[in-house]
Design a protein around this ligand. Structure first.
Ligand code: CA
Length: 224
């Protein structure tokens, strides 16, 4: 899951990024409205966390523009106390949910999970390939009923492969969806992480391997 945070208060933006990354999301941050709008309209996100008052372009304009362009990415709008009533009270600007600052991170996380779970954008809760299962809510991964411990990146990578089961994914697609926009990730890093995953989900099991290398193209996961 890839999220965009558009927030000019750096402390809030950076702590959101840190907290959400700990929850296995890939998070891009924009500190002003114009850059945020650029990213939101050109990149593919599962959810946008959008501050209302921003330098460059405000959250209401960004939200409206995205909807006019036909982008249906869920938007969680952040507002300071009082702004909601004053600036956008009664206006239908196309955001999916609102939160008033200051808020507890746990509450934001609950809203993020709820929005990301909405049927039009979401994954089913349990993803499978053959006898492997991954639970996107409890973060539990099993194969032939045995629980497998994965790191956060390994989990995010496996979830992305499962979400696109049977499709060949290039290293570039994998980087764009599993790592952050500005992470210094080389295609070799994907190979390394695919290796870690194989060591955990394929090698210990006397079962046909699930992760396939498609030489010259990338990787895919297989299994009914
Ligand atoms: Ca602001």
């Amino acid at each position: 899951m890839r999220l965009l945070v558009v927030e000019d208060e750096r402390k809030i933006a950076d702590s959101l990024k840190k907290g959400l990354e700990q929850e296995t999301y890939a998070v891009d941050v924009a500190y002003d409205g114009e850059y945020g709008y650029d990213l939101a309209s050109t990149e593919d996100y599962d959810l946008i966390i959008l501050d209302l008052m921003l330098p460059g372009m405000n959250g209401v304009t960004i939200c409206k523009n995205l909807r006019v362009e036909g982008k249906s990415t869920p938007i969680l709008m952040l507002t300071a106390k009082g702004e909601l009533e004053d600036k956008i009270g009664g206006l239908n600007i196309g955001a999916d949910d609102y939160m008033v600052k200051p808020f507890a991170f746990e509450e934001l996380l609950a809203r993020v999970k709820a929005l990301a779970r909405r049927p039009k954008n979401s994954l089913p809760t349990i993803l499978t390939a053959g006898n492997l299962t991954l639970d996107t809510i409890s973060y539990k991964v099993t194969r032939t009923g045995k629980e497998i411990g994965l790191s956060k990146k390994e989990f995010a990578l496996l979830a992305y492969l499962l979400k696109n089961k049977s499709r060949v994914l290039t290293k570039e697609q994998i980087i764009a969806n599993v790592w952050d926009f500005d992470s210094d990730i080389l295609p070799n890093t994907v190979e390394v992480y695919i290796g870690y995953l194989r060591d955990k989900i394929d090698k210990p099991f006397k079962e046909p391997p699930l992760i396939k290398t498609v030489r010259g193209f990338g990787y895919r996961i297989e299994g009914d």
